[in-house]
Design a protein around this ligand. Structure first.
Ligand code: AMP
Length: 421
């Protein structure tokens, strides 16, 4: 496996899979350039080594060529951040892209149009719901052949391949995994990918103890594999958010109309945690409302009550961790040397129910300032820590949502395997 640190980029054209899937406003301006800024170290390394860059990425979820999702919209931001002119290929494959790549000089930056304008990128046929199974199978077969051609056309543009898109590493797409085989001796991870893997491996493989994980979010069912894997690693497991109610019910509590899933599964986890000497922290109190329909419409002007989590009124739903819960979690967190946080502990999108998640963020920041290593990851906890402007005060914020969760579950991600193999 090559390393970006030692690879000789001199006069080489590097095709780099970035994740420039950035949000745009109605004027097609980039409203959050974090993902582009994060790519700068990889870009600078290739340029300083004498190479040129062919940048490929997706933007949004287009079902074919769609003006709204054209990557030309990101060019002004990209030019400002890399400090040079961007050459644009209005089709990611084809004669023009080939010609532009042939003429690249060291230090040039060529941006390819949105890969997902082609169904070949994801390898999923774009059929409507009325298609028969036969039609679906035939389309899949045909697309597989076309995908091979698409991959070779992309690969023919460059001399080496760099994957720096952790957020899509769990997808076996043309640009994220399949293309790597065309560069058996010239493929490597970029710096984002390297630091993501280092941060997650540090937490999962060699955590300084005590190690506390905070898991939140709405559902326990989507996080069951991670919970089980963490039970082999952590000392404390804080379970907050919607998933905590299933555990409270499993322990005999009255949870009113709060979210509840498989109680037997929760009992099994509690037993397993006991056997493995992992201390589970559940909320002890919770902010409830009977007007939860309003809350899920985004309206925070509702009446709330703090309730004992084991005794929630029949007509109410628990939507945020209460002050006593935060107090007990704080004690465990401030004693921890490693902290992993995935998932909000309340409906943080609505200010009335954001206090629990805000307090967790502040406590993680405090623990970090006292020397703990803290990794925050997974779509919503990242959104939460950004909302509270605390992202730069924790040790590492992972950019990958689904990719992070799958990696933590112990799955071998296609984008990683394709480089390592
Ligand atoms: P997930 O995608 O499973 O990580 O869940 C994230 C979502 O969980 C966020 O949108 C939160 O609003 C939601 N959430 C957190 N706490 C609760 C709760 N007590 N009840 C319902 N939803 C919640």
């Amino acid at each position: 496996m090559q390393s970006i640190d030692s690879y000789d980029f001199n006069r080489k054209r590097a095709i780099v899979r970035f994740d420039f899937n950035v949000p745009l406003n109605e004027k097609f301006e980039v409203t959050d350039d974090t993902r582009i800024r994060a790519a700068i170290p990889t870009i600078e390394k290739i340029f300083s080594g004498g190479g040129s860059i062919i940048a490929m990425t997706h933007l949004g979820r287009p079902k074919g060529v769609t003006e709204k999702y054209s990557l030309k919209h990101i060019i002004p931001t990209l030019e400002k951040l890399i400090g040079k002119k961007v050459i644009f290929a209005p089709d990611c494959v084809g004669e023009e892209a080939a010609e532009l790549s042939k003429n690249l000089k060291p230090g040039d930056f060529l941006l390819l149009e949105n890969l997902r304008f082609y169904a070949e990128e994801e390898g999923k046929p774009r059929l409507d719901d009325s298609a028969t199974q036969e039609e679906k199978d035939a389309a899949k077969k045909e697309l597989k052949v076309k995908q091979k051609d698409f991959v070779s056309k992309l690969a023919s543009l460059a001399d080496c391949y760099v994957n720096d898109a952790f957020g899509t590493a769990h997808r076996a797409h043309a640009s994220t995994a399949i293309i790597a085989a065309n560069f058996p001796n010239d493929k490597m991870f970029g710096y984002i990918m390297n630091s993501e893997l280092k941060a997650i491996d540090k937490v999962l493989d060699a955590p300084e103890r005590p190690f506390t994980a905070i898991l939140g979010g709405s559902k326990v069912s989507t996080k069951i594999t991670i919970i089980k894997r963490l039970l082999d690693r952590v000392d404390n497991l804080i379970l907050g958010g919607g998933m905590s109610f299933t555990f409270i019910k499993a322990l005999g509590g009255k949870i009113g109309l709060s979210i509840c899933e498989d109680v037997e599964l929760a009992k099994e986890i509690i037993r397993e945690a006991e056997a493995k000497n992992v201390k589970i922290y559940l909320p002890v109190d919770v902010v409830t409302t009977t007007q939860f329909d309003e809350v899920f419409k985004g309206n925070g002007s509702v009446e709330t009550k703090i309730s004992d989590i084991r005794n929630i009124p029949d007509d109410a739903q628990g939507l945020d961790a209460g002050p006593e819960s935060i107090k007990s979690w704080k004690e465990a967190l401030l004693k921890s040397k490693t902290i992993l946080w995935n998932g909000p502990v309340g409906v943080f999108e609505v200010d009335t129910f954001a206090a629990g998640t805000l307090n967790i963020a502040k406590i993680v920041v405090e623990a970090t300032s006292k020397g703990a290593y803290s990794l925050v990851g997974g779509g919503d906890s990242v959104a939460a820590i950004n909302k509270f402007n605390l992202a730069d005060k924790v040790s590492y914020v992972s950019t990958g949502g689904g990719a992070l969760l799958e990696y933590m579950e112990g799955l071998c991600l296609p984008g990683i395997k394709a480089i390592k193999e």
